[in-house]
Design a protein around this ligand. Sequence first.
Ligand SMILES: Nc1ncnc2c1ncn2[C@@H]1O[C@H](COP(=O)(O)OP(=O)(O)OP(=O)(O)O)[C@@H](O)[C@H]1O
Length: 797
Amino acid sequence: MSKPKDTHTFDLFGDAVETQDAQPSIAPAPVSAHPALSDTTELLTLCERWVARGWLRDLDRALVRFLATEAPDAPALLLLAAALASHQLGRGHVCLDLNATLNAPDFALSLPPEGDDLTDPPPLPSDVLATLTLSEWQAALHHPLLTSEGPGNTPLVVVTAHSASETRLYLRRYWQYEQTLHQQIVSRLEDENTPHTQAMNDNATTATDNRCRRPIYWAIGDDSHPGLLPQALNVLFKPSDNLDWQKTACALAARSRFGIITGGPGTGKTTTVVRLLALLQTLQLAHSPSQPLRIRLAAPTGKAAARLNESIAGQVSSLPLAQLEKLLTNCVMSEDETRRSATKTRSLHPVNEQFEERFNTVSSSAIAIPTEVTTLHRLLGARPDTRHFRHSAANPLALDVLVIDEASMVDIEMMAAVLSALPANAQCVLLGDKDQLASVEAGSVLGDLCRRAEAAHYTPETAQWLESATGQPLPSEYLDAEGQPLDQAITMLRVSHRFNKHSGIGQLAQAINQPRHAQSDREKQQAVNAVLRHGYPDLHHLTLSEDTALDKLVIHGSADKFLNGGEGRTNHKNEPIAPPTGYRHYLKVLNAQRPRGESFEDNPAAYNAWAAEVLSAYSHFQLLCVLRKGPWGVEGLNLHIAKTLRSEKLLFGSDYTLEKGWYEGRPVLVTQNDYGLKLMNGDIGITLAVPDPRTPGKSLLRVAFPTSDPEKTIRWVLPSRLHAVETVFAMTVHKSQGSEFLHTALLLPPTINPILTRELVYTGITRARDWLTLVEAKRGVLNEAVTREVMRVSGIG
Ligand SMILES: Nc1ncnc2c1ncn2[C@@H]1O[C@H](COP(=O)(O)OP(=O)(O)OP(=O)(O)O)[C@@H](O)[C@H]1O
């Protein structure tokens, strides 16, 4: 088998215009139609051959068999489309786009990127589909038992959108998720400008019921507290000569029941959302002093939740709450004053003397902002052995505001489940970086919803409202009289406060992130290379010409390769930055700070403190890679690094132990949620040796995981209880999403691969907080990678 021909169309679902205009990779002179296009038995045989090669999943073939049994008269072309649609789900696409598949058929299956040397290869999709036209395929997609064009009971749904050339085939479940998402978002956006009387009635409900308390009318049409919104925004944001996108984001997200705040690393998403919550709570208390909003914060993984937890706690403590409470008190006093004089003039009856009570409630009510962040699975109440959650439309969550961080990692199934479980009037705010890799599961919801975020598309009405709320006029380039309702609910933060123009990490992220339509591939490569050559203090570009360079990096961190050996830098808050390290650092801490002469049971605090130090030291460095298998993948690198650390006498164990067993210092990544052990997918633990209480002088291994519980900072787990973990000296970029490391080393393999795209490189480098080492196993791979884009197929956005 040969390598797919056009490497520039590696991204099957790349830019639609380009793929349509591009030369199709269909063979120019087909001889005759492949029998699998018209004969179900031939098709099943073909699927079997594809499954044997790993090009198609067994699951996909099983679906075809099932459909063929259910409807023996179904056209083979329909069954083939079903197999490919099912296969796309495993590759992150929600559906099969027929036209894109005909334009680049070989990307519809999981072909090995470097070709397949085995003899007697099965026909490639490009061979099979060579004679097929779009209209023939479209015509074959209609079958009363198997397909429909919308609601119904058929297992498949056909959607023809915009123009007849855009036909998508869905498995019904995924079509339904898309519909749910669409309906939930539209219904939350549609009445943002109208007072919501039902919500006011809901105010009378008790704290334990799950109807929403939030009266959404206050932000727009609230007559009782004129000016409270702009006043509160002015308390929360300092005056600025430039357009403050954070203030804009806060106002827009407060205005509607669905909002998105997107932005790159350090653009202030967390800072903004904390202020948004303070704003919402202030507005709510002005109306219902004794009924603060019930706010919940969630993230898709335990790691992302822990990170938000950490940063949000710091942000809440710096909020100007006293000023907001003063504003609130003045507001309630003036309201009651007005009411009092109105009552006096209307009648001689005594004034309604609830004033004192209301005043006291406000002045004693701290504007409560939660700092605890949970995972989405926990929030919804995941149950073992079922994909259904405890909370759903039938049993909604008891909350008024939900903030979801790292929303780019949330797949379509989870997003539909969350939105369905929200009470009708609850407010949902998504935070995330639209340019990051999407979830590994099907769907790239945040990226799809934010397709128009760059240019904003605010209507003149929105701009006018924003100006009255924030005091800031919007530049005309962000206005669009044709702006969609969704555009009005999205703000993109555009200024990084963590990476300024002197930061190589920030500059590289920016150069890589330029969308394809904004510049040619060559211009992008030149921009990226200019950043690499510039000599920024936080960035080192390493091409592996000698074997030991990678070893030096992972052991020592290669501080000597950075300007001044990494000494003397400060961060954006003027705090000193420690020089970059490698894995030696945490292993040194492990040995140097080990509690001596005390048993684990007698002094758990000492062991917890030790474990916390080791875990913190581990987070100073992480090697990221692209692949799982092979010498440049997680598996090969993990073993290589463990052996290298052993040769430095930093780790101990036989080859077998290092490859398959447990040893002190082994860092592990949890790969599946384990509710029994309270461990979440993405958690990192370190294996430590603690004294064995049963055998004096001996030790036993336990794995230490950090917790967010201040009472019990470390969770100790016996290795035998951990089933879904892997060594994490090397971590894939996909798994690193939602995490951040002081020194991140991103290793690109020597050959290009379909998953090596701009989004992946961007996601990898933005995991670095202070130092980035970009490693190319062979020069040139980065240049190729940054010109490839992933575009997921879906009907959202
Ligand atoms: N307007 C601002 N002025 C000055 N510093 C700011 C401002 N906004 C945020 N920061 C600081 O910038 C840093 C990054 O902010 P924040 O954590 O809110 O960004 P983020 O977008 O959530 O980052 P990430 O998701 O990449 O971790 C923080 O130290 C924060 O205090």
